[in-house]
Design a protein around this ligand. Structure first.
Ligand SMILES: [Zn+2]
Length: 389
């Protein structure tokens, strides 16, 4: 109820404005409308929002000079999720012949917002395109068109319009346009157009040198073409750009070093990274390497030492796996159950979380489906907890 009252404030403001306008011209008409306005408010206070809206709608219908009330009422319906009613109000407003140019443009803008809310992107796009030439509305029209192009995955248009918006507003759009270029690179890659993909990724890094996604994709592309040295350089750059994405490249780095037969460099790299990052996947990769190169005892000693200070579920499961591989002993049944439980927990846990809105998800999304921010979803620390000393 209180929320609805707040939503109706624009209507109240518009009604006040309208009443003030009318007072000088027609005191009796204004009194009638003021009576309607208070009637509407009473319905709100009595928790009868539908009847209140009826009254406000009737107020807007009876006079041809009530554009402001129409605009406010349409916005109210849209905020309430009633996009169809908002469209009807704004559309009929635009059809009037007696609007000022400013009112008509504002009505077009609002109608575009209604279409967006209703998911009618083609109609919204048509309206926002018409507003691009209106200096007062160019920036907002561009931002809405960019939103539409992202929804429609029209990344080339998204890049072009973002560049235009950046020019007009002076506000950097580099971070998001780098992602648009990465999207184009992924599309080219899917069609085996490697040169084009590489060009888009370099474009992304020119726009945003901190774009970890571009280096992640460059590394994968280099692996596909057998250039493991280039892949290592790209994956290691990811850690320099944003350590939060390191878990995404650790396994790939291990593969590259292994394929090049440079395991000594791999372990040196892992140990160097571990001086600043005790994440689960670093610990797991080190334990795996120790198991292969130095045997079970060295791997277990490392894991027991590491997990005591930096407990992780992945590390615990690795420890149990190594003990299980010893064969059936007195603890075998317990270890088997522990392995099963830890595997179930790892499989069912959300692995990624948006640092902006808290949205959790099982696979990596570069564009948060909840808050629509880029690069805010990152791997979760995998139940890493630093124990208190
Ligand atoms: Zn988010």
């Amino acid at each position: 109820m209180i929320e609805l009252l707040w939503l109706l404030l624009p209507v109240a403001a518009a009604s006040g404005w309208w009443a003030a306008q009318r007072r000088s011209a027609d005191c009796r008409g204004a009194t009638v409308h003021n009576a309607d306005y208070f009637k509407g408010l009473n319905y709100l206070i009595d928790d009868q929002p539908d009847r209140a809206i009826e009254v406000f709608t009737r107020m807007a219908d009876v006079d041809r000079d009530t554009a402001e009330i129409h605009l406010a009422l349409g916005n109210l319906f849209r905020r309430r999720g009633e996009a169809d009613r908002a469209i009807h109000i704004h559309d009929s407003l635009i059809a009037r012949t007696n609007l000022t140019d400013d009112q008509r443009r504002r009505a077009m803008l609002e109608l575009g917002e209604d279409y967006l809310r209703a998911g009618l992107f083609d109609r919204a796009e048509e309206l926002f395109q018409k507003l691009l030439d209106q200096p007062d509305h160019t920036a907002i029209a561009l931002s809405r068109l960019i939103h539409i192009f992202q929804q429609e995955k029209d990344w080339r248009q998204a890049v072009a319009y973002s560049d235009r918006l950046e020019q007009i507003s002076g506000e950097s759009k580099r971070r998001q346009t780098a992602h648009f270029c990465c999207e184009l690179a992924e599309a080219a890659n899917a069609q085996n157009q490697h040169d084009e993909a590489r060009a888009w990724l370099r474009n992304a890094l020119t726009r945003d040198p901190g774009c970890a996604r571009a280096n992640l994709l460059l590394g994968r592309l280099a692996m596909r073409t057998g250039d493991y040295q280039a892949a290592i350089a790209a994956f290691q750059a990811v850690e320099q750009q944003d350590r939060g994405y390191l878990p995404e490249v650790i396994a790939l780095l291990g593969q590259c070093y292994s394929l090049l037969g440079r395991l000594g460099e791999w372990i040196a790299y892992l140990r160097d990274v571990q001086t600043r990052d005790h994440g689960a996947r670093i610990t797991d990769a080190l334990a795996e390497w120790l198991l292969r190169q130095e045997g079970e005892r060295a791997a277990l000693q490392f894991l027991e030492r590491e997990l005591r200070e930096y407990p992780t579920l992945l590390g615990l499961r690795r420890l149990v796996e190594i003990k299980l591989a010893r064969g059936e002993g007195a603890e075998y049944t317990d270890l088997r159950a522990l392995h099963c439980i830890s595997t179930q927990m790892l499989n069912s846990a959300a692995r990624y979380r948006c640092g902006y809105c808290g949205f959790v998800v099982k696979s990596l999304h570069w564009w948060c489906p909840s808050c629509l921010q880029w690069s805010t979803i990152k791997p979760m620390p995998d139940l890493v907890m630093k124990t208190s000393a």
